[in-house]
Design a protein around this ligand. Sequence first.
Ligand SMILES: Nc1nc2c(ncn2[C@@H]2O[C@H](COP(=O)(O)OP(=O)(O)OP(=O)(O)O)[C@@H](O)[C@H]2O)c(=O)[nH]1
Ligand SMILES: [Mg+2]
Length: 440
Amino acid sequence: MFESLQSKLSEAFKILRGKGKITESNIQDALKQVRFSLLEADVNYKIVKDLTEKISQRAIGEKVIQSISPDQQFIKIVNDELLNLLGDQPSFDLHSRPAVILIVGLQGSGKTTAAAKLALWLKKKNGRLPLLVADDVHRPAAIDQLETLGKSIDVSVFSGDRKDPYKIAKDSLDFAVKKGSDVVIVDTAGRLQIDEEMMREAEEVAKIVKPDEILMVLDSMAGQDVVNAAVEFDKRLSLTGFILTKLDGDARGGIALSTKYVTGKPIKFSSMGEKLDQFDLFYPERMVSRILGMGDIVSLVEKVQADLDTQKMEEMEKRLKKAQFTFDDFIDQLHQIKKMGSLSSILEMIPGAQNVKDLKIDDEQVKHVEAMINSMTKKERSNPEIINFSRKERIAHGSGRPISEINKLMKNYDEMKKMIKNFSKMDKKGKIGKFPFQMK
Ligand SMILES: Nc1nc2c(ncn2[C@@H]2O[C@H](COP(=O)(O)OP(=O)(O)OP(=O)(O)O)[C@@H](O)[C@H]2O)c(=O)[nH]1
Ligand SMILES: [Mg+2]
């Protein structure tokens, strides 16, 4: 899978090999090749534009790290941006009993197979007792197909009167309760294209079974029109995610890389073969590592960057002791804290601060704070006391955050600065003062 994308991207990396450092001019050729590779893989052009812009900004803006070559640094950036595109590892928790999963999608995308695979996965990995519901009454052999699959994995299949999709859907829930099934997987009919009748049927079935998850099955070998179909399905049904099938074939990558960006919904499962156990949760990191084929380099760069972070922390400590503290330091601290997962892991290292309760900082907050600090001028960042009301107004405008949030940031900054004063007093008196820093 993705062979062609992988080999074209590796050409992009080669362009930077042997270069002393990334410059605005040599990066252009590499970026052009990245753009070409992604377009050839049938990734939506808007995504390609957005992605290459982000890669370009980071590649030019990032500090040169002596022990890493430019191509390695570039690989890591591409790796990170592809990961961003795919989003975080999606969760799949079913709380209701029985939980209901509705499987929808275009004809031949792999719905029926995926329904059976999911049943097997839930049974094996989660110890669930699934019930498969054959709700495709349009294709004559569809019900038999699911029954055969069900038998092969020893999962019951409900097909009711084999005629009325709404009655089958409704009765299947009663049947599940009677049988003691704790998860119901409903396989539905597909059409070649989006078709009003099919959509209405799916909507109606959804109303009846009230699914916890509505998963659309996508054939990863299909073209971009499938991404448009995904948008349409999502509009009508409010999907909770996707199942990507046929990754074992010669998928180019376009569907896998475009879906999340275009619909905002995650790929939750992937299927890479006709056999029923060739199915698992979707792991964005594994997918990117397949696309790039550069796992070793990515971990090398990560390690070097982590070492640099340690150096940065040490430098920060020195600055702390001198009680110097600017907004540039503030943002650095925030990143370190985010990386460590929580403030408590840092506080643990400071004597006397263990009693401060755990403060988690989420990504959104960090992004907002970053936006605000990035909207400050260099002078404001190093001399925050000059930030008066009109400057605040400009910062608010630039970052798209309300003034109240700028005020909160200023307050947090002041408190952190106070904390640092206490911290530096600790040196003289041998103990630490109160810890006023709080993120809210
Ligand atoms: N190689 C490969 N083949 C798959 C995969 N998933 C499904 N298939 C095959 O794709 C074909 C269609 O699969 P189905 O599960 O019947 O698809 P469907 O969406 O239910 O089709 P309709 O009900 O006709 O709309 C079958 O031949 C499957 O064996 C996969 O991950 N890899
Ligand atoms: Mg089917």
